[in-house]
Design a protein around this ligand. Sequence first.
Ligand SMILES: Cc1cc2nc3c(=O)[nH]c(=O)nc-3n(C[C@H](O)[C@H](O)[C@H](O)COP(=O)(O)OP(=O)(O)OC[C@H]3O[C@@H](n4cnc5c(N)ncnc54)[C@H](O)[C@@H]3O)c2cc1C
Length: 373
Amino acid sequence: MKKKLFIVGGGFAGIKLCAELNKEFDITLIDEAKYHIDQIQIHRYLSSKVELEDFTFSFIKFAKLKNIKFINEKICKFDFEKKQVFSKDKTYSYDYLVISNGAKTFFPSQIKNIEKHNLDIKVLEKIIEFKKSFYKLLDSSEKKKETEQKNIVIAGGGLSGVEIAVELSEVIKQRKVKNVQVYIIEQVKEILPNMNIFLQNRTNKALDNFKVKRIHGSFITSLEKNNMILSDKQKIPFDLCLFVLGVSTEFIENKQNIKANVKNQYIVNDYLQVDGFDDVFCLGDAAQTKDANNHYSPTCAQIALKQAKYLAQNLRNAINGKKFIKQKISLQGILIDLGGKNTIGLLLGMKISYLFAYYLKRFTSYLHKKDFH
Ligand SMILES: Cc1cc2nc3c(=O)[nH]c(=O)nc-3n(C[C@H](O)[C@H](O)[C@H](O)COP(=O)(O)OP(=O)(O)OC[C@H]3O[C@@H](n4cnc5c(N)ncnc54)[C@H](O)[C@@H]3O)c2cc1C
């Protein structure tokens, strides 16, 4: 009899685990969504460089291919002692549990009226909705030959904000639409806060090239009738807005009352176990982990994938009566798309750019896609 492995969340981490362990375990994958999203490609979908089928994958098809069970439900509670998982109406049991429910876009409740504009770019229907609104804005500007300025305001100048701003502006430039302007609002003084100066400088250059306006030094306090109100009283009108201020996990509570950290992540030990439970693991964006230098790991696909490979090895060891190995996982690099084939990055501390960086970033998605075929 194969051991029952229950995986909550089919993101980068959950999918990689299924692909690694489908032959050795009786796997049930549960996800509240019907499709897996390769989030690394969202910005390229918005600019029509990739199609839906290039970055979204049906869980049902995946489950058939890998011979695993898939349940399309939202999990709301665990009982680690009784080895049970609860959805709204059902209870499931497991031998090993993996919590990989990722993170959702963070919408700070301090921003007044944010609930009216909380389009989560990590949710497929919302991605499609945002893209439609963007092209509708461009189409109407072109058709009516409008002169009045239309603004697309992106709140957050981190990696996602920058990549999306560049892609939208590239389309605007290619279509020669004169009256649509992309803004980034970033409360700290520079774009890509806390990132390497090389990445910041090159990104600023690309943003200048695409005429993306940046507003730094003040934060958004409220949204009033399609205006963003900033802490220094500036009023930025918008026709379309998107919040990418960061992410936060939706904590799945447990009967043992084990608490999460401030980002709602489960705090795990070096083996990715929820402390006190040898058969409960958490990884990817949903987990608080540390790298080889004892720094908190960033929430990114690269870490989620590596952790999944590492955990797969330890779960194999568990069923084969072998000891768990200890491995600290660190970020190898970062890659940022800045329009066309202008991709930049840092790989093992080395600066990389253009075609090498561009194809390296595409290669990550190519490898990921292979798990679905
Ligand atoms: C626009 C954008 C660009 C990005 N670019 C990069 C990049 O260039 N490089 C990089 O490394 N990272 C990038 N990231 C981050 C990366 O995508 C995430 O870190 C990665 O997806 C995390 O993987 P995960 O498996 O932990 O969670 P996710 O991939 O987020 O998957 C979590 C899954 O859990 C499901 N789920 C959630 N809650 C429940 C529940 N209660 N019950 C059942 N199912 C549930 C969700 O539906 C989802 O399918 C980007 C993210 C975004 C949004």
